[in-house]
Ligand binder design. Structure first.
Ligand code: SAH
Length: 236
C-alpha cells in the first residue's frame, strides 16, 4: 500500500509560514514535483535521499491549519514546522532556539463560561509534540551551536510587540515563545493522529523593538532552517 502524492512510506512534511523560512529547503530538494492539494502548493521530492513534502503555509492559524491538512492529505506521515518566534520566557534571547513540548492558542478565550484559558470544548486548543522528533530537532539546533530551550509555545493571530502582553502570555500559559501558527499545526496533527514537532528560532523578544529585530533576524533564517532539517534527516 502506498501513501498519497509521494507513493512512499515514512514521508516527513516540512512546513514554514513565510517564504524566507522554507526558501533554502525548497532549493535543496532534489527531483522536485509540484502538486496542489486543498488549494495549497506542495513540493515533493528528496532531501539528502529522504522523501519529503514541503509547504509554505502563509501567516496565521487558519493558513497553518489548512496547509497541515493538505500535507496530511498528500501523504505526510509526520510533520516538522520550522520558523521564527518572539521569546517571552526568562533568559530567552534572539538567536536561541525553542523546541515545543506542547503548543496552545493564547487567543482562545471562553473563560466567561467557566473554561480555562486556551481550552475549547473541554480540550486544550493545541497539542503535545512528538518527543522523538522534538529530540532530533533539539539535537540538530545544538549541532549548530544554538542555545536550545524546550517548553510551551503559545500561538495567536497577533504579532506581539508589548512587554505587558508578552509577560501575560508567558505567565498564563507558562510559555517560552509566541508565534502565529504552531498551535494550529498541533491541533490539526493531533486530530489526524500525525506526529509533529515545532522548532522556532527566536527573532525578537515580543517587545517594542520586535518589528526591527524580526526584520533583521529573518535574513538569516533560511539557512538555519535548512541546516536543522538536514541534521534531523541525518538521524533517520
Ligand atoms: N512581515 C510579515 C508579517 C510577519 S508576522 C508580513 O508583512 O507579511 C510574524 C511571523 O513570525 C509569524 O509567522 C509568526 O509566527 C512569527 N513571529 C515572530 N515573532 C513574533 C511575535 N513577536 N509575535 C507573534 N509572532 C511572531
Amino acid at each position: 500500500m502506498t501513501d498519497g502524492v509521494t507513493g512512499r512510506r515514512g514521508v516527513i512534511a516540512l512546513m514554514g509560514a513565510m517564504d524566507v523560512e522554507v526558501a533554502a529547503i525548497r532549493q535543496a530538494i532534489c527531483q522536485p514535483r509540484l502538486v496542489t492539494v486543498l488549494g495549497c502548493e506542495i513540493t515533493s521530492g528528496l532531501l539528502d535521499g529522504h522523501p519529503v513534502l514541503l509547504a509554505e503555509s502563509g501567516i496565521g492559524k487558519v493558513n497553518a491549519s489548512l496547509t497541515t491538512a493538505a500535507l496530511a492529505q498528500a501523504g505526510a506521515t509526520s510533520l516538522v514546522f520550522v520558523g521564527v518566534a518572539g521569546g517571552v520566557g526568562p533568559g530567552i534571547q534572539v538567536g536561541d532556539a525553542v523546541v515545543a513540548t506542547s503548543l496552545v492558542q493564547h487567543d482562545v478565550d471562553i473563560t466567561v463560561f467557566g473554561h480555562a484559558p486556551g481550552v475549547i470544548s473541554g480540550v486544550l486548543a493545541g497539542g503535545v509534540a512528538d518527543s522523538g522528533l522534538s529530540d532530533a530537532l533539539a539535537a540538530g539546533a545544538r549541532a549548530l551551536n544554538a542555545t536550545v530551550h524546550r517548553g510551551i509555545i503559545a500561538s495567536g493571530d497577533q504579532f506581539i510587540t508589548s512587554p505587558d502582553r508578552a509577560a501575560a502570555i508567558a505567565q498564563q500559559f507558562d510559555a517560552m515563545a509566541v508565534e502565529m501558527e504552531g498551535a494550529a499545526v498541533a491541533q490539526v496533527c493531533t486530530r489526524l493522529g500525525l506526529p509533529f514537532a515545532v522548532l522556532r528560532w527566536i527573532s525578537d523578544t515580543a517587545d517594542g523593538h520586535a518589528e526591527t529585530d524580526f526584520g533583521q533576524f529573518v535574513q538569516k533564517i533560511a539557512q538555519l532552517d535548512l541546516a536543522v532539517v538536514k541534521q534531523l534527516l541525518s538521524t533517520r
